[in-house]
Design a protein around this ligand. Structure first.
Ligand code: 9D3
Length: 262
């Protein structure tokens, strides 16, 4: 799989490509990331890549011509006839795990990172197949969204997670939020008091532990993201036991976190 990233800030990508569980996939070119510095495709003496918007107003617009030259170079370097071209934009479709899974099975994409107020619409009209947003908040450009997408897709590639089961236990893999996790020490002494690990996790009863984790996931999802419970129900992902547990929560949040609104 291959990602071609057109960006004014290629240096932002390097540290992410060298860290964590995804590193090996990038280094082995199992996921081949190629960076295309847009400024290299500016042709005038000032290496101009942006200019003022027609119609006036604040900010700058990314110029068609350098983008066009960069895109021509990328397409010439990619065998594929019609690669997916993703433009990261606050007006795009919100990135979610179903899009990530879809991209993870494909040949990759061309990723277009905007800066300033945005990109000349005429370039977008001719090249972009998909607009993707990271959510309803304002960033200064598309580079972090591009890194987020590549990270999410790359960790789904064969051999990236040591443990195949990590995939299945992921938040969202079955549409529910993840349960809490604990490690040593068994009892944590703090100035605010003593915090013990939930005893069931020390019991060695694997069925009980699995049930406890499932119930923590269900309760947390019901509390924070009730629409995900509805979706899991529609998708037939809730067992009779799950439904009985949810019914026992009886619509009131009895947890300390629920009462505090945390
Ligand atoms: C202050 C400028 N905004 C006017 C309301 C428009 C605007 C233009 C460019 C807002 C943000 C950006 C830069 N953002 C991205 O390129 C971006 C983004 C984001 O800001 N939030 C969530 N997802 C994304 S994907 C790309």
């Amino acid at each position: 799989m291959r990602f071609d990233v057109i960006t004014l800030f290629p240096e932002l990508f390097e540290p992410f490509l060298r860290a964590g569980v995804t590193r090996r996939a990038y280094e082995s070119r199992q996921v081949d990331v190629r960076l295309w510095p847009l400024r290299d495709y500016a042709e005038d003496n000032y290496r101009r890549v942006d200019d003022r918007p027609y119609g006036g107003g604040p900010g700058m617009v990314m110029l068609v011509e350098p983008l066009e030259r960069a895109m021509t170079a990328v397409r010439a370097d990619r065998a594929q006839a019609e690669p997916v071209v993703i433009h990261f934009s606050p007006t795009g479709r919100h990135l979610d795990q179903s899009l990530v899974r879809e991209l993870a099975t494909g040949p990759g994409a061309i990723l277009l990172c905007g800066r300033y107020e945005g990109i000349d619409q005429r370039f977008l009209d001719r090249h972009v197949t998909m607009e993707v947003s990271l959510g309803d908040f304002v960033l200064s450009g598309g580079e972090l969204p591009a890194l987020a997408l590549m990270d999410a897709v790359t960790r789904l590639q064969e051999g990236v997670l040591n443990d195949a089961a990590s995939h299945e236990q992921d938040s969202f893999s079955d549409g529910l939020l993840d349960c809490p996790h604990y490690s040593r020490p068994e009892v944590l002494e703090t100035p605010a008091g003593v915090q013990a690990v939930p005893p069931v996790l020390l019991s060695g009863h694997h069925a009980d532990i699995a049930r406890w984790r499932r119930e923590r996931s269900l309760a947390l999802t019901q509390q924070r993201r009730p629409e995900l419970i509805e979706a899991a129900r529609r998708d037939g992902k809730l067992s009779r036991k799950d439904e009985a547990f949810l019914a026992s929560l009886s619509g009131t949040d009895k947890t300390a976190k629920g009462r505090s609104g945390a």
